[in-house]
Design a protein around this ligand. Sequence first.
Ligand code: RIB
Length: 309
Amino acid sequence: MAVRVVVVGSANTDMVAFAPKLPAPGETVLGTRFEMASGGKGANQAVACARLGAETWFVGRVGNDWFGDTLLRNLQGAGVNTEFVIHDAEAPSGVALIFVDAEGQNEIVVVAGANGRVRPSDVDAATDAFARANALLVQLEIPLETVGYALATAAQHGALVVLNPAPARPVPEEWFGLVDVWVPNEREAEGLTGIAVTDLESAERAAKALLDRGAKSVVITLGANGALLVTPEIIRHFPAFPVQAIDATAAGDAFAAALTVRLAEGAPLDEAVRFANAAGALACTKVGAQPSMPTRHEVENFLQSPPSP
Ligand code: RIB
């Protein structure tokens, strides 16, 4: 039977401009391609969970506009249950303006719109899903009050709680007692700890600083350097799978979703991180956020014969 995952978070329409390099402040660069795709860290992670085989609910808000309708259709098309998504008449759907350079690296500006109005009462409205869920996956593109409420609700129901603290924002200390697995990238780990994460040694120090504050386990995603898993018992580096990166947008979302699904299925942490590392690598090989979220079949095939360095 499929595991059940609730994702509470944002849904955005991504406007993506590809260019040989990212513009410096005040600079104009000539782009090579434009794409519009469904995105938003929450919706991306929900789509990834569903494609990876979990029964998935998305809890969030979209505007009463064409963008919102398209975002919902895309979630439904991926098999995500959207019965707890609210069409908000007071705010437009969220958008993200994304620049991607020739190496697939990106810069993102998000304008929250309806995502900024996801409330604790939206979590209450989804109580049925929380009561049945094996895991909650949440990020920081919605109000922190709602994130905290979702964490507490999932913990009360005994679900596994995974937090992808993205984008980087200061978080309340009491969250350390509620979250089972923290999944920041380098910049988010730095934002949480004040330790600049530039290599494995600094990543380990940042992860240990989070453990000192009460985190049970930490997985720092390191882009081209893979991921570092740190718990009180384990310190293990997982090098990135070598792939031809076209667009790294949402690679972290694929990673967080895959980690959550495998953990909810009962996999040990190190096995779940390897699976997540493969999902993140695959997401880099396609353009766009939700279009690049891999299926279970794709991840399992990839892991059967991973590319050699
Ligand atoms: O993580 C990638 C996502 O961040 C994009 O889809 C964009 O919408 C922003 O939320």
